[in-house]
Ligand binder design. Structure first.
Ligand code: ZN
Length: 272
């Protein structure tokens, strides 16, 4: 069975050879690898830092673009971020962008030029959603319903991470809203659910059962949320736990299981 980890964070100091070796050790066939976070220095986001972060992830992707899908980390307060996105995707061939709302809201008009650019480039955005165990008090900016604004950008594909935990039902309802917007056709829905952890074990079965029952396995993706170096310690455990739940307890078919571990992410990265 092929495994595509839809959610992994580069630290910025890895080499491509290391990443590929760690993927092999973790038995991950393909990975979405987010660029290191280009954080603020003295409250200022710097364009040269964002550029360097893009160049690092592009260099890693270039080692094996079939196995490594590199994503830009887009912090919207960075001057020239839209141009940097264009540089990373058009010139460097990166696959999309990653965003975490850090004291900005997905509904903020500051974001709209980025949404428009990604819609025009036909590349997806992987958003954080759910409580955030980091940064400042960010969770009030990370609730799934805030992403309803993207219905105004119907050509933009996006995913919400962690099934929005603890707002799992809210995340699922948001999916329903986007599916309704395209005549209840899941295949045309612009939203995917990224199920990387967030949901603790005690919640996992219920969260996966509800998400797949409502959204369909073709728009629900497997993810680990590790770094390349910690993949080997995390990925096999998460694969085994999710597989046991999906196959033995929830009772999905092998086709659905294949969609969860591979096909959903493949569709997410295939322009419609
Ligand atoms: Zn993450």
């Amino acid at each position: 069975m092929r495994i595509w980890d839809c959610h992994c964070h580069a630290r910025g100091n890895e080499t491509a050879d290391q990443v590929l070796r760690w993927m092999d050790d973790a038995r991950i066939d393909r990975i979405n690898l987010f660029a290191r976070y280009p954080g603020p220095v003295d409250g200022q986001y710097r364009r040269d830092d964002a550029h360097e972060s893009i160049d690092h992830i592009a260099q890693i992707q270039a080692a094996d673009p079939d196995r490594i899908y590199g994503l830009i980390w887009a912090e919207p307060r960075t001057p020239g971020m839209v141009e940097e996105i264009e540089y990373g995707i058009v010139e460097k061939g990166l696959r999309g962008i990653k965003m975490i709302p850090r004291h900005w809201s997905p509904t903020d008009e500051m974001l709209f030029p980025i949404y428009e650019k990604m819609q025009a480039l036909r590349k997806p955005i992987q958003f954080h959603s759910g409580i955030l165990y980091g940064f400042e008090d960010s969770s009030r900016f990370c609730q799934p319903v805030l992403y309803e604004v993207l219905v105004n950008f119907p050509g933009l594909r996006f995913s919400l991470a962690h099934i929005g935990w603890p707002w799992v039902d809210e995340c699922i309802a948001v999916f329903g809203r986007f599916r309704a917007a395209v005549g209840y056709q899941t295949a045309n829905c612009q939203m995917w659910v990224d199920t990387c952890r967030g949901t603790p074990d005690a919640w996992r079965e219920e969260a996966l059962r509800k998400t797949i029952a409502f959204c369909g396995s073709e728009h629900v993706m497997f993810g680990v949320d590790a770094t390349p170096a910690t993949l080997v310690g995390n990925a096999p455990v998460h694969v085994a736990k999710d597989l046991a739940l999906l196959r033995d307890i929830i009772g999905l078919s092998e086709t659905q299981i294949d969609q969860f571990f591979w096909g959903a992410c493949e569709a997410f990265y295939s322009p419609q």
